[in-house]
Design a protein around this ligand. Structure first.
Ligand SMILES: [Zn+2]
Length: 121
C-alpha cells in the first residue's frame, strides 16, 4: 500500500456518486419514454422549425447523460480500486498518483503524466 488514508476519498466518491445518480434520475424524469413514444405524441402538422428545436434539445440531454454516466463509471472504478487496495496507483504505469491530485479529482485512475499523454492522443 502507498500509505494513503482512503476513507476521506471513499466518502468524497460516494457523495459525488449520489449527486450524479440523482442528476441522471432527473434527466430520465425530464425525458421519459423512448423516441417512439414521443413521435406518437407529436402532432402531424408540427412545424419543421419546432421539430429541429426538439431534436437539438434531445441531443444536449443525451450528451449530458453520456457524460454523467462516464463519470459514474469512473467513480465506480475508483471505489473498486479502494476495495482492492490499489487506490492511488496509476492504472497505466503503476506509479503513485499523489494525494494532491487525488484530492483534486478523487475518481482519477492515472498519474498526471499518463493523463497528459492520453489527452495528446
Ligand atoms: Zn501513470
Amino acid at each position: 500500500m502507498a500509505g494513503i488514508d482512503t476513507a476521506p476519498f471513499r466518502q468524497a466518491l460516494e457523495e459525488e456518486r449520489a449527486r450524479i445518480a440523482h442528476a441522471l434520475e432527473n434527466l430520465h424524469r425530464e425525458n421519459p419514454g423512448s423516441l417512439e413514444d414521443e413521435s406518437q405524441e407529436m402532432p402531424l402538422d408540427n412545424h419543421p422549425a419546432e421539430m429541429a428545436t426538439v431534436t437539438v434539445d434531445r441531443e444536449i440531454d443525451s450528451s449530458l447523460e453520456e457524460h454523467e454516466e462516464h463519470v459514474l463509471a469512473e467513480i465506480d472504478a475508483a471505489l473498486a480500486r479502494i476495495d482492492a487496495g490499489s487506490y492511488g496507483i496509476c492504472v497505466t504505469c503503476a506509479a503513485e498518483i499523489g494525494e494532491e491530485r487525488l484530492q483534486a479529482r478523487p475518481s482519477t485512475a492515472q498519474c498526471i503524466d499518463c493523463r497528459r499523454r492520453d489527452e495528446r492522443g
